[in-house]
Design a protein around this ligand. Structure first.
Ligand code: SF4
Ligand code: SF4
Length: 200
């Protein structure tokens, strides 16, 4: 008989606890958002696809085209192109392609980037039926209005021109010396043949 009452008390206790939790949650502010009219605020550590970061001082990225991100990517999802521009130190980034269809968001590229030129974006709602929509040119995404021209350093440009001119002069001197030596060798050879003919 005592077991009967114990069961009733346990049941009531359980019911009270359950109702307490329900009431507590009922009074909380709802967390449901009316997506897509309302957007989620992502946490700072959320990992969307990688993105080139804009330096507020220069208005462009700080990528030095070292290729460490691409080389360290286990999925080979990054392809970088760069070129040398006269008067600009190092190489200038011309294209940064991310194939997000193969990216595993491992973070190796972000870790490898010494100038901290890339980081994860907050993009969480990418959707498309086309594979091409997940292949991004991060440089164009950073500058949708057009990639700005690199800033030329006049001093560096002058030094590069002087260096180029010196190298060209050196090459010309080397070529002239080689031609002179070839002419001398040919003359000596001709002289040797004439002496041999005279003797015979
Ligand atoms: S997060 Fe990983 S897989 Fe994705 S691009 Fe970077 S290194 Fe490659
Ligand atoms: S993003 Fe960073 S690691 Fe990749 S090429 Fe640019 S500077 Fe190098």
């Amino acid at each position: 008989m005592s077991g009967y009452f114990t069961n009733i008390i346990d049941g009531l206790k359980s019911l009270a606890i359950g109702l307490g939790i329900t009431n507590r949650e009922f009074l909380k502010k709802p967390i449901t958002l009316q997506y897509p009219h309302e957007a989620l605020k992502m946490t700072p550590r959320y990992r969307g696809h990688i993105e080139l970061l804009k330096n507020p001082e220069t208005g462009t990225h700080t990528c030095i085209s070292c290729g460490m991100c691409a080389n360290g990517c286990p999925s080979k999802s990054i392809t970088i192109k760069s070129k040398k521009v006269p008067g600009v130190k190092g190489k200038v980034l011309t294209s940064y392609i991310l194939d997000f269809t193969t990216c595993s968001l491992c973070g190796q590229c972000v870790e490898n980037c010494k100038p901290a030129a890339i980081d994860f974006s907050n993009a969480y709602n990418l959707a498309s039926t086309r594979k091409e929509d997940f292949i991004f040119n991060l440089l164009e995404r950073l500058h949708p209005e057009g990639v700005p021209e690199p800033v030329v350093d006049p001093e560096l440009l002058k030094k590069e021109k002087e260096k180029k001119a010196a190298a060209a002069q050196k090459a010309a001197e080397k070529k002239a010396a080689a031609e002179k030596k070839a002419a001398e060798d040919a003359a000596a050879e001709k002289g040797g043949e004439a002496t041999a003919e005279e003797k015979s």
